[in-house]
Design a protein around this ligand. Structure first.
Ligand code: AMP
Length: 416
């Protein structure tokens, strides 16, 4: 594996997998270009080093060629961000001539990789009543044609850079399989390097005390993260909707709060394991309750295990927040995944805002703070704290899988 900082790009063609899966409005205008800007340091490095660029990405989840999901919509903006004209290849599998003609400093953007089933390697268009046998045959066929698909992409370039952390948890053609065609010329882009370092800072090299704050809606979607954290952290703060499953499992009254009865045994098991491993668990002790899931609901503050029927917990109460703040400010490493309340409604966002403030304060005091995973990232960004923590991850699903302790195929393919 090579290092992007030291690799000699002079006269080389670099094929770069980026995550340009940006949100578009109904006029196909970009509403948030964060993902494009995140890849610029890598793309500019290649151009400044005397190389040319073949950029590849997916956009949305098309199941066939579909103009709605064309990367042409973002061509002008990519060009503007890079400060050079960007050519477009209408078909990512038929770009041989355009790629071959690229001169140093020139850029080619390939059409959406997911216009081809081979990118994901999953069969498409199977009849609903297909037999298992037919499904198996279709899968084998797409896996076979995937080899040619990947080989064609690889043939365009001299080196491969993966800078798409958002898809690093997928073993797709452009994110993982292509790497084997560049045994001596594959590397991470700067964004990927940053994400990997952030993951290592919490999972491998954490300074103690290490606290993880895990919130969000459901235990079921974070069970593997919680279990992995038990082997890593000193303190585990469990907030948000998922906390009520733990409180109910311990015999608390949670009224109409969100919970998963079938996961109560798992919740108890996590509490028991934490005790065994000496991990301190901090559930919410006090809750803001509402009589409806709306901004004009009546609210009250009660102990988290005494929520009356007809009411539901929508945010952490001041006593919970004070206790959590104490834990956070006494930590040297803090990982935050998932909001501790229904932060989309301003009235129920105080708890999540308070955690964001605590993280900013801890960072200022010298702690390493990582915010990873979809909604907590949206929360710190919306609340204006994104530049006050050590690192904000760009990949929701990928970060979640990394926190579960899984090896991400997009990372492994470069490191192998
Ligand atoms: P997740 O995608 O699992 O990280 O969950 C994020 C979602 O959890 C957000 O949409 C929050 O509104 C929601 N959430 C957080 N706390 C609660 C709660 N007490 N009740 C219901 N939903 C919640």
């Amino acid at each position: 594996m090579q290092n992007i900082a030291t690799y000699d790009f002079t006269g080389k063609k670099a094929i770069v997998r980026v995550d340009f899966n940006v949100p578009l409005n109904e006029n196909f205008e970009i509403t948030d270009d964060t993902r494009i800007r995140a890849a610029l340091p890598t793309l500019k490095k290649v151009l400044a080093g005397g190389g040319s660029l073949i950029i590849m990405s997916h956009l949305g989840r098309p199941k066939k060629v579909d103009p709605k999901f064309s990367l042409k919509h973002i061509l002008a903006h990519v060009s503007e961000c890079l400060g050079v004209p960007v050519q477009f290849a209408e078909d990512c599998q038929k770009a041989q001539e355009q790629a071959a003609a690229l001169k140093p400093g020139e850029v080619l953007l390939l059409e959406n990789l997911r216009f081809y089933a081979e990118e994901e390697g999953k069969p498409r268009g199977l009849a609903e009543d297909a037999t298992d046998e037919e499904k198996k045959a279709a899968k084998a066929a797409v896996k076979e044609s995937q080899k040619e698909f990947v080989k064609t992409l690889a043939s365009y370039a001299d080196c491969y850079i993966n800078d798409a952390f958002g898809t690093a948890h997928r073993a797709h053609g452009s994110t993982a399989l292509i790497a084997k065609y560049f045994p001596n010329d594959k590397m991470f882009g700067y964004l990927m390097e940053g994400e990997i370092k952030a993951i290592d800072n919490v999972l491998k090299n954490a300074q103690r005390p290490f606290t993880a704050i895990i919130g969000g809606s459901k235990v079921s979607s974070k069970l593997a993260v919680l279990e992995n954290m038990l082997d890593k952290v000193d303190n585990l703060i469990i907030g948000g909707g998922m906390g009520y499953t733990f409180i109910k499992a311990q015999g608390g009254q949670i009224g109409d709060s969100l919970h998963e009865d079938d996961l109560m045994p798992n919740a108890l098991e996590i509490l028991a394991k934490a005790k065994e491993k000496g991990v301190n668990i901090y559930l919410s002790i006090q809750t803001l309750i509402a009589d409806a899931f709306s901004a004009d609901a009546n609210t009250n503050i009660v102990p988290s295990n005494q929520i009356p029927a007809g009411w539901e917990g929508v945010d952490a109460g001041p006593d919970s927040l004070a206790r959590w703040k104490d834990v956070i400010l006494n930590s040297k490493t803090i990982l935050w995944n998932g909001p501790v309340g229904v932060f989309e409604i301003d009235k129920f966002a105080q708890g999540t805002l308070s955690i964001a403030k605590d993280l900013a304060e801890a960072t200022e005091k010298g702690a390493y703070t990582l915010v990873g995973g979809g909604d907590s990232v949206a929360a710190v960004t919306r609340m204006g704290f994104a530049d006050k923590v050590s690192y904000v991850s760009t990949g929701g699903g990928a970060m979640l899988e990394a926190l579960e302790g899984k090896v991400l195929p997009g990372i492994a393919a470069i490191q192998e």
